[in-house]
Design a protein around this ligand. Sequence first.
Ligand code: ADE
Ligand code: ZN
Ligand code: ZN
Length: 236
Amino acid sequence: WGVTGHRVVGEIAEKYLDRKASKAISVLLDGHSLAFVGPFGDDIKSNREFDSFKPWHYVNFPFGERYETYPKSEEGDIINGIYACITILKDEKSSKDEKAFYLKLLVHFIGDLHQPLHIGKLDDKGGNDFQVRWFGNGTNLHKVWDSEMLDSYKMSYTEVARNADVLSKKEVEAIKSGTVLDWMYESRALCEDIYDNSEVGEKLGYNYMYKYMDTVRFQLQKGGIRLASLLNDIFG
Ligand code: ADE
Ligand code: ZN
Ligand code: ZN
């Protein structure tokens, strides 16, 4: 996601944190919110010192393959990245600075895990090489999903978060259930659907927005709920 998407995930997660996690996070982030730190994972990309984290934003493998049996990227991927963040946050030997750094990355990567094209195909780099037009302007399918749809929606992250679907307790429990891998396969299924419904060079605009905006909003909402669930467990 772009800045808005990552902030929405953080903002929604805040509402599902229990008191203990909320307090621990506030201390680690010096009072900043999860929405504030959501985009951090992208901000550090401009610093070569952090190049090793770049493959942690996504995973690519062919449609129809299983992640578990497909050869893993040596540089790591979003799944290993998320596990690494959780391990460091749970380790009492980690320093406050270390925990703060990996907490900010975890917020970011749980967000990206819910962007369907971050569970993508290697041949077009998760849609980055899949050129399309967005309201007449040249862009690519990855960007349409990261940010073009949300930006065209012209709503602040707080407004998007405030207008998330109203869910019953049972629905929230169902969303929280499962593992990081289950959530990844959910995104993968959406990714396959997106490819079934897109053509290179296609002119996308309002029709596409109306078709997929609810999917975008629900992915962000699930990302927020699941992020909070992981954090409640880590800091519980
Ligand atoms: N770079 C290469 N593959 C990518 C993907 N699936 N998502 C984001 N960036 C990528
Ligand atoms: Zn992206
Ligand atoms: Zn990212």
